[in-house]
Design a protein. Structure first.
Length: 167
């Protein structure tokens, strides 16, 4: 069983929609017994809360229901999850800091990376992997943009997992 953890700052905008779009892609390929996913925050701002109402509205418009309750990334996550997927560089830095405090090591690039690494709309020769932008202070269109990005990444990431792990 592969376990994937999607991580953003508050676990109320990007990571819950990344989790749910990925879960939908997994279900569409009937891989629920082989792959599980969850999401978490690098900060404890919204522990126990549902995702942001704008994220839930956007998800609903695409036939998804977000019932996840925000939780903070913890040291145990590094031994439970095979892949920890960050939404931006700030989250990546915080993931590595939490990992180092909990385990004494930084997470390797093979298992901890930026999600847009899998965005097929991003040129492969780009020197720096772009980030999934934080829509929190934005407009409705920003939440839709995040949905589109994570949906593209979900399919591409799942393709790689299927190939790499022979699923």
């Amino acid at each position: 069983m592969l376990k994937i953890l999607f991580v953003c700052t508050g676990n109320i905008c990007r990571s819950p929609i990344a989790e749910e779009t990925f879960r939908r892609a997994v279900k569409a390929r009937n891989l629920q017994r082989e792959i599980q996913c969850d999401s978490a925050a690098t900060h404890a701002y919204h522990i126990g809360e549902l995702p942001d109402h704008r994220t839930r509205k956007n998800a609903s418009e695409h036939g998804l229901e977000l019932s996840h309750r925000c939780r903070k990334l913890n040291g145990e996550d590094f031994s439970v999850f095979d892949y920890i997927v960050a939404m931006d560089d700030y989250n990546m830095e915080n993931i590595q800091a939490i990992s180092y405090r909990a385990t004494g090591i930084n997470q390797p690039e093979e298992s901890c990376f930026l999600y847009r690494k899998f965005d097929p709309s991003v040129a492969k020769n780009t020197l720096k992997t772009p980030e999934v932008p934080d829509p929190y202070y934005g407009q409705t269109t920003d939440f839709e943009n995040v949905y589109q990005i994570v949906t593209r990444c979900a399919e591409s990431f799942l393709d790689e997992l299927v190939e790499k792990h022979g699923l």
